[in-house]
Design a protein around this ligand. Structure first.
Ligand code: ADP
Ligand code: MG
Length: 392
């Protein structure tokens, strides 16, 4: 099988190294609210420094400025945190291409680190524009791709630049690929997948893939109501997708390894808790907001027997504390199974937030930093940013 070109084989000494990282951090009240994404690239950046690179030039995007310069999306905000994590000075440049940046970089001391301004301030980044890619490439002698989270996009900093520079994968990207491909190629069995979240529509392809690869698929979250409605059960006012009823019925009828919730926490409002109520059949006027305790205990005992676990999508509206118990308990069960020797991988923006909220993120084998990218990987799609790093 083909694999990505590894940073371990790259000649780094004396080179100017351009590194695509994912510093797309969450920001609340002008502060970084979670530095996980910055931390995740520490290993790659430190390795490049240790190997004697002449310059380390970090590039990233932040938010969705849509090709315009918007100060609220400036990457300058990352400098302080990065300085702490790497324990060294960081030079920041107000742009990512152009003569000023090029000259500025050439004046930096050897073995120094700089961070360039948001790639997406230029519309050419997301258009995978060739001359913009060339301009980025001209800053360096080697390209290291470490931003797994954007590898499902064909952008200048994921695909374009690899046409003009020798390009390799960094440690974070390799770790993501290793964990996610092992799920698909070589899972230790039993392999249990847990799928939840808001919509069937966004998860239907990952679901059909998992139904083939996993021994058991446990479904929770709002997406379970589309299935339950398809099976003729009462779901009250719960979120569901009419367009997917047919598909859900077919899947539920055919797939014997698909499990659906048997009891539910319900509420009159999806935002405001009004006293905990658990039911098997959801009456009119109520929303299903979480999986109930019987479902939790059934799913947990299945999870605890698993040897490989993949989780995407919360089991309920976990953002509301009263509706987060099911998600919390499932996170704990996966953590426990991992301690007992199972391999566990969580992926998806909200799922990762849920694992963190549950306080067990350190106990999972791997928490994927890619939301959309990890799902597309599990679906079996070819990710252009990874394809661009494949060995010939
Ligand atoms: P991920 O980002 O991990 O892929 P999704 O985006 O698919 O996950 O789903 C997360 C969202 O699903 C959360 O905002 C959560 O509130 C919502 N959700 C989960 N269960 C329910 C439910 N029963 N009713 C409404 N929304 C739900
Ligand atoms: Mg989400």
């Amino acid at each position: 099988m083909k694999s990505v070109k590894s940073i371990l084989k790259a000649d780094i000494k004396g080179k100017r190294v351009l590194v695509r990282v994912d510093f797309n951090v969450p920001i609340k009240e002008k502060k970084i609210s979670d530095n996980t994404r910055i931390l995740a690239h520490g290993e790659t950046i430190n390795y490049i420094l240790e190997k004697g690179a002449k310059k380390v030039i970090l590039i990233s995007h932040l938010g969705r400025p849509k090709g315009k310069i918007k100060p609220e999306f400036s990457l300058k905000i990352v400098c302080g945190e990065l300085k702490k994590i790497l324990a060294r000075d960081i030079t920041f440049f107000n742009d990512c291409v152009g003569d000023e940046v090029k000259n500025g970089i050439s004046k930096l001391q050897d073995n120094s680190v700089c961070l360039l301004e948001n790639l997406r301030f230029h519309p050419e980044e997301e258009k995978n524009d060739e001359s913009f890619s060339k301009e980025l490439a001209e800053l360096a002698d080697l390209f290291v791709q470490d931003a797994f989270a954007v590898s499902h996009r064909a952008h200048a900093s994921t695909v374009g630049v690899t046409k003009f520079l020798p390009s390799v994968a960094g440690f974070l990207l390799m770790k993501e690929v290793k964990y996610l491909s092992e799920l698909l190629l070589n899972p230790v069995r039993p392999f249990v997948a847990v799928l939840g979240g808001a919509k069937v529509s966004t998860k239907i392809s990952v679901m059909s893939k998992l139904l083939k690869k996993a021994d058991i698929l446990l479904v929770g979250g709002a997406m379970s109501y589309t299935f339950l409605k398809a099976l003729g059960q009462n779901i009250g006012s719960s979120l569901y997708e009419e367009d997917f009823i047919g598909n859900a019925k077919e899947t539920a009828d055919v797939c014997k390894n698909l499990f659906l919730p048997e009891d539910h926490v319900i509420s009159k409002s999806p935002e405001k808790p009004d006293g905990e109520r658990v039911v098997k059949s959801i009456p009119d006027g109520f929303f299903g907001v979480d999986i109930g305790p019987e479902t939790v205990s059934k799913y947990s005992s299945i999870i605890k027997r698993a040897k490989t676990i993949f989780w995407n999508g919360p089991m309920g509206i976990f953002e509301v504390d009263d509706f987060s118990k099911g998600t919390q308990k499932i996170a704990e069960a996966i953590a426990e199974a991992t301690t007992a020797g199972a391999i566990s991988v969580a992926g998806g923006g909200d799922s990762v937030a849920a694992v963190k909220k549950a306080g067990v993120s350190g106990k999972f084998s791997h928490i994927s930093t890619g939301g959309g990218a990890s799902l597309e990987f599990v679906e079996g799609k070819t990710l252009p940013g990874i394809e661009a790093l494949m060995e010939e």
